[in-house]
Design a protein around this ligand. Structure first.
Ligand SMILES: [Zn+2]
Length: 388
């Protein structure tokens, strides 16, 4: 007898190369079986998933979830389990001087699993743009803190913005990279400078520093410092970075996502490795909404659903170094499951420059299972456009 069975859905689990009808059995908070047909009588509770998509619990690799500490920090469950996302990764909201609120006050009260990238600047994103001066970086304290929280901190974050980077350029990135490398962790690098202050060649100079597993955030930004060359094509350094296994992350956000750049990247074979939201407290009400909305945008841009699921399960699990515990429905693992539905209609979703993308398929969570416990989504509605 299983505790619960998710019955009749299309299971997409790229980690196990499954895409087809399966029933998912859960007992004791763990996945215990994936079978073509489990009789309802063998389940304490049956969750009907006919016509729906059943995936490993979605992972949002880039969020801002320092709830109660930074004014843009979203409550983790609002951007997590409420959105069909069972694991969120904070993209460097905190640096070493103000990190411990995460383990002490934020994490104990939430159901969504949370991991962090630690900002190389001691104060993280408390004042933006950060890194006004060299004194904001304390590599010894950063390393000591990461050693104190080896489970929770999955990498180091830097943004190519601010006065210090404008003055000292790639040397600052090298400091962050060296720190991450000494700890065997990936570096996550934000590109896109709205203030147009950083050296014009910085992104080209920085990309060769990135190694396999490092993460390039906002690779589809249309801002100054983006990843297109003067010829309007992807930088050769970007192509080389992708070829050696650098993770290309969308980090949708408010300022650094362009459909036009996304189309150019896709046309040159540069698909995202991971899809993430860069969601904050205010953008939950739009334009970010939640991870499945970013998925819907790339569905409309032409990526197949199964690839989109890999970009939000297997790939971010690997990128965050949690592939052994998240991103798969393999029996034995914690039962983190997302049940999704595709709604049809007409919506238009803006990017940062203001282009409106018309979509006809909106992916939304139907039910989230976190460690075996079903949680109903809580979504901000997106206004439907009248039919033409
Ligand atoms: Zn961010």
């Amino acid at each position: 007898m299983y505790d619960l069975v998710i019955k009749g859905g299309r299971v997409i689990d790229p980690a196990q190369r499954i895409d087809g009808p399966r029933d998912v059995a859960v007992s004791g908070g763990k996945i215990v079986a994936l079978l073509p047909d489990i009789p309802p009588g063998e389940a304490g509770r049956v969750i009907a998933a006919d016509g729906r998509i059943v995936t490993p619990g979605l992972i949002d690799l880039h969020t801002h979830a320092y709830d109660g500490f930074l004014n843009n920090g979203a409550p983790p469950d609002v951007i997590g389990v409420n959105q069909g996302v069972t694991t969120v990764v904070d993209g460097g909201s905190a640096g070493c001087a103000l990190f411990t609120g995460f383990p002490r006050y934020v994490i104990p009260g939430v159901r969504t699993t949370l991991y962090c990238f630690l900002h190389i600047g001691s104060f993280g994103l408390a004042v933006m743009p950060e890194l006004a001066c060299a004194e904001e970086i304390n590599t010894a304290a950063t390393e000591a803190l990461i050693k104190q929280y080896p489970e929770l901190i999955r990498g180091v974050k830097i943004r190519l913005v601010g006065k210090l980077i404008s003055r000292a350029g790639v040397a600052v990135v090298r400091t962050a990279k060296d720190t991450a490398k000494r700890l065997g962790l990936p570096l996550m690098v934000h590109i896109g400078d709205r203030n147009r202050e950083v050296p014009p060649g910085l992104t080209r100079e920085m990309l060769p520093l990135l190694e396999q597993g490092d993460i390039l955030s906002h690779f589809c930004t249309g801002q100054f410092g983006g990843a297109l060359g003067d010829d309007g094509k992807p930088l050769p350094e970007l192509v080389a970075a992708r070829d050696r296994g650098v993770v290309l992350d969308v980090a949708n956000g408010i300022n650094n996502f362009s459909y036009a750049v996304s189309r150019i990247m896709l046309a040159h074979g540069l698909a995202p490795t991971t899809l993430s939201t860069d969601i904050t407290k205010s953008s939950v009400a739009g334009p970010a909404y939640g991870l499945t909305v970013t998925l819907s945008k790339f569905l409309a841009l032409g990526l197949p659903l199964a690839e989109l699921i890999a970009m939000t399960t297997l790939n971010p699990a690997r990128a965050a170094g949690i592939g052994d515990r998240a991103g798969s429905l393999e029996p034995g693992r914690a039962a983190d499951v997302s049940i999704l539905e595709i709604r049809t209609g007409r919506w238009s979703l803006p990017d940062s420059p203001g282009e409106l993308l018309s979509i006809t398929r909106l992916l939304r969570p139907h039910l989230t299972i976190k460690a075996g416990v079903p949680i109903a989504p809580d979504l901000v509605p997106i206004a439907e456009q009248p039919q033409p």
